[in-house]
Design a binder for this molecule. Structure first.
Ligand code: NI
Length: 504
């Protein structure tokens, strides 16, 4: 009996610590699984743009992915300043993700992208425009803009008050008047912002996001600042010719800005109006004469000399600009190709369907506008597939053309596209309409570069692009061009066998 008791005691002495140890190990493993998700981080040197190196850091976890573009300039001060801001932005996303992760379902990943646009004014002066896209499971994500306007040679980041001395009450009042006038004359802007909230945010001018370009000052207003019904930023372009009396003279020189004298500009406009009036008179007379020969005119339209051109519109559909562009295309009886983003189709499915129903070609610009060459292959595949599904759902059509964001592709991207019999479409004419928010500049850039077989890159998200369109269509029509979709162009120009198509 005693021996048996002893045995039990020995078993207990061995067994109990073993039990505790195994519980500890199990808990530890479990703990590791929940607290430390699998996160893959990758930093790639994207290369140099306008003299500034860009690194893209991508991170992939089980329920989110991030992609952050970091500029590496020649100024350590600027680099540190921007790096601090980028880190704070990413932290904010991760905190929000923790708070809102219950909103995400299993097949939905959160996304956080910071993209960088670089606008160089002189050798040392740049606008670095960061667009942050945050997706945390709402119907559509949120875009915000942050701009750093900087002088690399002097380690300096500019304040708006250095460009226009708004601390001076007289100057501020003048500036306010000018801006209000610009707003009133722009139907689109009047519709998309609440004027009184805008006035409030103008009073807090230190908080405004702004960038200055060769011929305009742009205010990047966040939707919440101006109580707009969109979740995007609203861009208000103020032509520098309107700001001649308030903009700092030294800045105009240092920044190499084009400030046109208002009087000269006014005369130029009058001359243009007069020209248009005469043109219309002429057309009316010609119409009268042609009344009897309408039939032969119709024949002429078919009998063109093979000058085809494909207009393409990226990054939409946009609730404000896309309907305008549809209207203009319709007026000119022109077709185009719309490379849509899945997240935008999510937001405007009916608009996507409307574009398709008007005979335009619907094509795929991916779900979230990520650089496909910097994400894992399965993420890139999902970026193309998700958007394709969204487009099919909304329009009933399957897109066969894919335009990779930023025109960035590699062999893996080509292979992904061929998995679904899709063709990668780039472009041959890029008027930089995202950069020059000036209809005249966009028009000039297109007309200078266009040739038969061209694929023209435009964006149906900028008001200035819509404004440039009528003149572009009119002039190209005059030059004998026929507007076709990219698929039609591929047939006409015998490009169907190519895997990546840029146009002529
Ligand atoms: Ni794009």
């Amino acid at each position: 009996m005693k021996k048996l008791k002893e045995n039990k005691l020995i078993s207990a002495i061995i067994f109990i610590p073993l039990l505790i140890l195994s519980i500890f190990i199990i808990l530890h493993i479990f703990d590791k699984q929940t607290d430390v998700p699998n996160v893959y981080t990758d930093v790639q040197e994207w290369g140099k743009y306008a003299g500034i190196n860009i690194n893209i850091k991508t991170e992939e976890a089980d329920n989110y992915s991030t992609s952050i573009s970091t500029p590496i300039t020649s100024s350590d001060y600027v680099n540190d300043f921007i790096e601090q801001w980028l880190v704070a932005e990413e932290d904010r996303f991760l905190v929000d993700l923790n708070r809102l992760s219950n909103r995400l379902t299993d097949d939905m990943m959160a996304h956080f992208n910071i993209q960088l646009e670089i606008d160089q004014l002189t050798a040392d002066i740049y606008n670095l425009i960061f667009t942050t896209f945050t997706y945390l499971g709402e119907s559509s994500g949120e875009h915000t803009t942050k701009v750093f306007t900087l002088d690399l040679a002097n380690d300096h980041i500019f304040e708006l008050t250095e460009i226009i001395n708004l601390d001076d009450e007289k100057v501020f009042n003048k500036f306010q008047k000018i801006v209000n006038k610009v707003i009133k004359n722009d139907e689109q802007i009047v519709e998309s912002i609440d004027v009184s909230s805008f006035e409030r945010s103008l009073n807090e001018y230190e908080q405004l996001e702004w960038s200055i370009h060769e011929d305009q000052l742009t205010l990047h207003l966040h939707a919440t600042e101006v109580s707009s019904d969109t979740k995007d930023t609203v861009e208000l372009d103020i032509p520098l010719e309107k700001l001649t009396t308030v903009v700092d003279k030294q800045i105009v020189q240092d920044f190499d800005l084009t400030v046109i004298d208002e009087k000269i500009e006014e005369e130029r406009k009058q001359a243009q109006l007069e020209k248009e009036r005469k043109q219309k008179e002429k057309e009316k007379e010609a119409e009268k004469e042609d009344q009897s020969s309408i039939d032969t005119d119709a024949d002429e339209a078919v009998d063109d000399d093979g000058k085809y051109v494909a207009l393409t519109f990226d990054d939409g559909p946009s609730g404000t600009v896309t309907p305008e562009i549809l209207h203009i295309l319709n007026e000119f009886d022109a077709v185009a190709t719309f490379f849509m983003l899945g997240i935008q189709v999510d937001y405007y499915p009916e608009l996507a369907a409307e574009v398709a129903s008007q005979g335009h070609e619907i094509a795929n610009h991916t779900q979230n506008h990520m650089n496909l060459t910097t994400v894992r292959n399965d993420v890139a595949r999902q970026e193309i597939a998700l958007s394709r599904e969204k487009i099919e759902e909304a329009t009933g059509e399957t897109p066969h053309l894919v335009r990779p964001p930023y025109g960035a592709y590699d062999n893996a991207t080509i292979n992904l596209a061929s998995e679904n019999d899709e063709t990668l479409i780039l472009w041959s004419v890029d008027p930089d309409d995202w950069k020059h928010r000036n209809p005249r500049t966009i028009e000039r850039n297109v007309l200078q570069a266009v040739r038969p077989g061209s694929i023209i890159l435009l964006h149906d998200i900028y008001e200035s692009t819509a404004e440039a369109l009528p003149n572009i269509l009119e002039e190209l029509k005059k030059q004998g061009y026929t507007f076709v979709t990219v698929s039609q162009l591929m047939e006409q120009e015998d490009m169907a066998a190519m895997k990546v198509i840029r146009g002529q």
